[in-house]
Structures are given as C-alpha cells and as structure tokens.
Design a protein around this ligand. Sequence first.
Ligand SMILES: [Zn+2]
Length: 347
Amino acid sequence: MLLIALCLASGLSLAHAAAFNGQSYVSVADWARGNGLKCSWLKRGDEIVATNRTTRLVFDKDSRMAEVNGINVALSFPLASDRGVLLAAQMDLNTTIRPLLYLPRFADPKRITTICLDPGHGGKDTGNHTFWHSEKTYTLALALELRNQLQKAGCNVILTRSKDTYVELPDRPALANRRGADLFVSLHFNATPTGKDEVEGPQTYCITPVGASSTDAQGEGANYGPTTANRVEQRSLLLAYQMEKSLVQSLRVPDRGVRRARYAVLRDATMPAILIEGGYMSHPVESKKIYNAGYRQQMAQAMVKGILAYQRLVSPPPPPVAPSTNRPAAKNPLANWNKISTNNHTW
Ligand SMILES: [Zn+2]
C-alpha cells in the first residue's frame, strides 16, 4: 500500500510524493517537467513518454525497464501508480536516469589508453554448456578478436587469460587495478533453461547502486554496502549504456537492456567496469551466430564502437597536432579512433 507523505519543502503536491517500502517516490510527470521534458500518456495511468529535442524517455508501470533514447535500462525499484499518477523511485531518477541524461561532458580528463578484457570462465570452469559448446571457448575467441581490433585502434590491451586456464574471480579485476587499466570489460554468453526459442540478445551489466537490489538479484539484498566500483558508478553506467546501444544497433538484435549486478568481477574494479552477456547459447539461431567467427568479428566491431562512443562523451578530444613541429609525434593512444566509422546518434 502506498503511504502518502507530505513533501511541502520540495513543492510537490500531496498526490505527487509518496513512500513505498521505504523508498521515496515522485510523480514521473512532475520530475520530467522539472527537467524540461514534455510529457504525454502512451497509456493513461500506466505509460508515459517524456521528450525534448534530444531525449525520449518511456516509463511503463508494468516494466522494470525504462527506455532511454530507445535503449532499455533497468530500474532498481518498480514504478507505481496512485490515483492516475505514475510514480518512480527518486533513487532511480537520481542514480540511473539523471546520470544518463546529464553526465557532464569530459567528466574524465584522462583519455583511455589501456583496456582490460576478461574472457569469462576458463579451465575447469566451462561456463554455460550446450551440446558440445562451452561458453569459455567463445568468450576467449571473442576477447582475442576484440584485442586485435582494439590494438589496431592504438590501444593497449590486457587479458585476464589468453588460454584455456582457470582464473579466480577476484584475480580478474585485481589484475586490471594493478596494471592501471582505464576500463574493464568482462565477456560472457548467456543461456536460459526456459523459453529457449524466445530469449535472445545482449545485456550489459554495471555495478548496482548502493541501497538497491541487483536486477536479477538471487537472494542478494539491498543492504549490501558500497563497493569499490560504486566510486565510478556513473561512468560505468554510461559505458554500459553506450555498449548496449552499440551492440543492439550494430547487430540488429533484441535489446535485453542495461542491468545492475554486484558480480565479483565488477565490484572490486577501480575503473569503469562492465560485464557483457553477448547473446544466448540456448537460442537456436543466436547460438549459431555466437559460434561463427564472422559474427564475433562484427560483435567486436560493435564493442569498439561502444567504447569509442563512451570515450567521446567523457574525455576531451586529443589536442590538434601542430603541423610545423620537427619533433616526432608523441605516441598518441587511440590516434586511429577517429578513423573508425561510427554512427553519430543524437545523444
Ligand atoms: Zn558466463
């Protein structure tokens, strides 16, 4: 049951502020209007679209995902409806929606030079296993392809494993931390025991906000304290968003959304860190693509694009090269990145 709370200080009317299960909720329409977005109902009382020139948000009471410029992003708390007013948890607006809309440009003055790739599983840990295919084989194949493409773009790449070896989970982010990596990208493929014909497409995880439950929480409570990764949570969210967007748009596959998890490989990373489930080995069509080197090459291209899109948002462009200098040009990591074609989506 919704408990209506007075919220006079914030200027919200009685009907538009509420507390539910200890979370404070506000009217989606009020919040959107306060942020310069125009609201209209797609389904009265249940589904709202909020837009301005560059942004389109969709909130649907029956979905735990909000749509942010066409990409699904998991909310930590369900939406609610009270007397025809659609309500969202203030925490979701603060930790998920606002950072995607308002992260200051050039939030990270350091350009990305080193990326740590983490091929999931390995050795005695096969990961998902369907027929004679093991997840560990394809995460490594994808990581080697992605390493190749990133190196061609002028980037340093560290792998947590380059062979079929077992690496403890905590050792993976520890390596990235020790080597001063700028990004940590863990690669996995998914499987589902039910709905094998229906469930397909990538999903990209980043750290769960403090005080929230993870998207697919399996008994993990919201009381989990802050992790190292929460220090750079907003940049991890932005990286996850750009990665999911690039994968979905480049590969034309269903969008299973940006999600939250406190996976061991994410929570100890000191740099922006994401875990990508590249697709479903249990799906009859998608599995065949995952086992195909050509498709993994396309997937790696999409990942490079996602990283590049993220870099453009958080880091300033490189200084222009002076034409008249006789000095040899300093090694400019990612010097070739601008030559890689990217879709210039409105942000
Ligand atoms: Zn896995």
